[in-house]
Design a protein around this ligand. Structure first.
Ligand SMILES: NC(=O)c1ccc[n+]([C@@H]2O[C@H](COP(=O)([O-])OP(=O)(O)OC[C@H]3O[C@@H](n4cnc5c(N)ncnc54)[C@H](OP(=O)(O)O)[C@@H]3O)[C@@H](O)[C@H]2O)c1
Length: 262
């Protein structure tokens, strides 16, 4: 049974009853001891969702931090991603990732980016891996709606999740609506790297709630039902980025943030 933790909820509902915590911890561009320490801090701060990838070369440290935390495997949602170069051997690549992570399965396996060719064939490999229990859910990253539709047309199965860059500056309500129509959960990456945290609108809204602009950006993702996976190696920021559930944005504030889209 899961331990009581507010960061288990809210969760996005994926097929087959899989629950994906709306807030996760990103691990791009951190490796080695720095990665292990950051993930340990994140788990200590209550994050129960980790985002890694074969490309990040830190799956071993992510897995080690999970073991060191003493948390039950089923308490932590783990996503990893297929290297584009491994497209022809997707199942074996997933098995490699599982071995390095030191887990029998992941919660979500994503195609990291659309391949030059053979998209539906790779998607079929992921669906088969899911059937075998190697991943509880499968999805894609950096795919357009047309590319998602190609997978649905070929197999009849939509990706459970689509991970894409998301922030107020690139907010796209049409993309969200089209994803929802297809039953695809949107997961946003690079919430800060795609934002101007000095922006006056974000600053004014942050002041009104006695929080930081970074917290406003993350809260805004949650308002739009977008799973969000901020990264930090700074313990104070790791904790602050998870401290999102003591305030909420008004409809007017959300509209002002939406209007920052370029
Ligand atoms: N699927 C894909 O193709 C893809 C692409 C990019 C990212 N991702 C995933 O998404 C995750 C997040 O994206 P990201 O790593 O690109 O960038 P991000 O989370 O938007 O930003 C990270 C940067 O923001 C800083 N930061 C963190 N918290 C902050 C705060 N509260 N106030 C001010 N600055 C803060 C961090 O600094 P410090 O670390 O120095 O604190 C770091 O420089 C990645 O780690 C990865 O898991 C996926």
């Amino acid at each position: 049974m899961r331990s009581s933790n507010p960061l288990h909820e809210p969760a996005a509902h994926l097929p087959d009853g899989v629950q994906m915590p709306m807030l996760g911890f990103g691990t791009w561009q951190i490796s080695g001891e720095q990665c292990r320490r950051a993930v340990a801090t994140a788990l200590g701060a209550g994050y129960r969702h980790l985002d890694t990838a074969a490309m990040y070369r830190n799956e071993a440290e992510v897995g080690q931090a999970l073991v060191d935390s003493g948390l039950p495997r089923e308490d932590v949602f783990i996503t990893t991603k297929l290297l584009p170069a491994d497209a022809a051997r997707a199942r074996e690549a997933l098995e490699d990732s599982l071995a390095v992570l030191n887990v029998p399965s992941v919660d979500l396996y994503l195609i990291h980016s659309p391949p030059d060719e053979g998209g539906p064939g790779i998607w079929e490999q992921l669906l088969a891996a899911r059937e075998e229990g190697l991943a509880r859910a499968v999805g894609v990253s950096n795919y357009s709606i047309d590319e998602v539709d190609e997978l649905i047309e070929a197999t009849g199965v939509a990706p459970a999740v689509k991970q894409v860059r998301w922030a107020p500056s690139v907010h796209d309500p049409v993309f969200l609506a089209e994803s929802a129509e297809r039953g695809v959960v949107v997961e946003g990456y690079s919430p800060f790297r795609s934002s101007d945290l000095e922006d006056q609108t974000l600053g004014a809204i942050a002041d009104a709630h006695d929080v930081t602009p970074a917290q406003v950006v993350l809260r805004w993702h949650l308002h739009h039902d977008i799973v969000v996976i901020p990264k930090s190696v700074t313990p104070q920021r790791i904790r602050a980025n998870a401290d999102l559930f003591g305030f909420s944005l008004t409809a007017d504030e959300v509209a002002r943030i939406d209007a920052l889209a370029g």
